[in-house]
Design a binder for this molecule. Structure first.
Ligand SMILES: [Zn+2]
Length: 242
């Protein structure tokens, strides 16, 4: 069917699950009862946890340019499992100037992201979306990829990628969060009207680029997700819009 172009694929945040075994059927039954299935309908306002990538999901190693450099700590899998089970969307928003610096091509960046999503899939957790800015504003380096050396609106703390996700997935900003390890992440969350959580992993806020104070501080991603879910349990679910 793929060869004949009779297959069509699209990314969605709505509830989809194979329930072809008794265990899976029981899980879907649980999700219907908890409201997760109805809540994920895009007619309803969604809550999202926006996540940085390097230092938040995978170990921070500086500029990552090869899928083999990806390492994901155990607590990140646990954290994503909790998000996936909660009704919050998990959406990565990442600056990847590696393309503008010509450390890898856009195809290679996609390969890194696909490898990351495959690693998560092997442990039965997933991201609802993953968005990257491949640009960098500072020109004048001999090895640079000039096409991507531009001042753009999508490089954090710009909010263009986030704004696109808010639009596409009907996200309620006031019920959503940005979680990251740098002051750039916190500034991005503030610019976008989200609550913010600074992690003690990765750069742990030591980049000092912005004078941005996070609403919450957490030891790692799992700690952050537990705080968010505890806070969210105190708040009413977002109102429906039709
Ligand atoms: Zn950009």
């Amino acid at each position: 069917m793929v060869g004949e172009e009779r297959a069509y694929v699209y990314r969605t945040t709505e509830y989809i699950k194979d329930m072809g075994t008794p265990e899976r059927h029981a899980e879907v039954t649980r999700h219907v009862a908890s409201g997760l299935v109805a809540g994920r309908n895009l007619k309803r306002k969604q809550r999202a946890i926006f996540l940085d990538r390097d230092g938040t999901i995978n170990e921070y190693i500086g500029l990552l340019s090869d899928p083999r450099q990806l390492q994901v700590p155990d607590e990140v899998y646990t954290a994503l499992a909790a998000i996936n089970d909660s009704g919050f969307l998990a959406i990565v928003v990442s600056n990847q100037p590696v393309v503008a610096r010509n450390l890898c091509s856009l195809d290679e960046l996609n390969e890194i992201n696909l490898r990351l999503e495959a690693m998560l899939g092997e442990r039965h957790v997933y991201l609802d979306d993953l968005m990257c800015c491949p640009h960098h504003p500072d020109r004048g380096f001999p090895e640079e990829n000039r096409e991507y050396k531009i001042a753009c609106a999508c490089r954090k703390p710009g909010t263009a990628l986030l704004d696109r996700a808010v639009e596409a997935y009907n996200i309620d900003r006031r019920a959503s969060y940005f979680v990251g390890d740098t002051t750039t992440d916190i500034q991005t969350g503030r610019n976008a009207g989200l609550r913010t959580v600074l992690l003690a992993t990765g750069k742990a806020g030591s980049d000092g680029k912005y004078d941005a104070h996070a609403d919450l501080g957490a030891a790692d991603l799992h700690d952050a997700v537990l705080m968010i879910l505890a806070e969210a349990a105190l708040l009413p679910a977002p109102a429906d819009t039709n």
